[in-house]
Design a protein around this ligand. Structure first.
Ligand SMILES: [Zn+2]
Ligand SMILES: [Zn+2]
Length: 125
């Protein structure tokens, strides 16, 4: 079985099945997600809040990542050279993927502001 968040295999010992919708994830992947958003990442069914298993990104460093992402988006908007613009655009999506920010409302709002397409889960297919 594949984890829909990181697309890697889930072994029985780190499997977490959500009680409502029965979607399955790595306990750590979905734990980090549910720590911020109390809904299933796939179908948005409400999930009772749980303590994160191993938060890879506590508050301050997530704030740092967001600030950095916003500044790269501003650079993207300001860039006139097409090659530079493309490089910034790729950097933005790499950061969103790396930090699992594709559902973050602040990121979505900023993408809209700079006319960048919203990354879907299809980003990883
Ligand atoms: Zn995973
Ligand atoms: Zn679900």
């Amino acid at each position: 079985m594949e984890c829909p968040i990181c697309y890697e295999d889930i072994s029985a010992k780190d499997l977490r099945e959500l009680s409502g919708c029965k979607h399955c994830f790595h306990a750590e992947c979905v734990g980090n997600w549910l720590w911020r958003v109390p809904n299933c990442p796939l179908c948005r069914a409400p999930v009772a809040p749980v303590a994160p298993v191993a938060p890879v990104a506590p508050g301050p460093s997530m704030a740092f990542v967001l600030a950095r992402l916003m500044s790269i988006m501003q650079n993207y908007a300001d860039a006139v050279d097409p090659a530079e613009k493309e490089y910034k655009r790729a950097t933005i999506y790499r950061m969103i993927e790396k930090h699992h920010l594709m559902y973050d409302n602040r990121v979505i709002t900023a993408l809209n502001r700079y006319n960048l397409p919203i990354p879907e889960l299809a980003l990883y297919e």
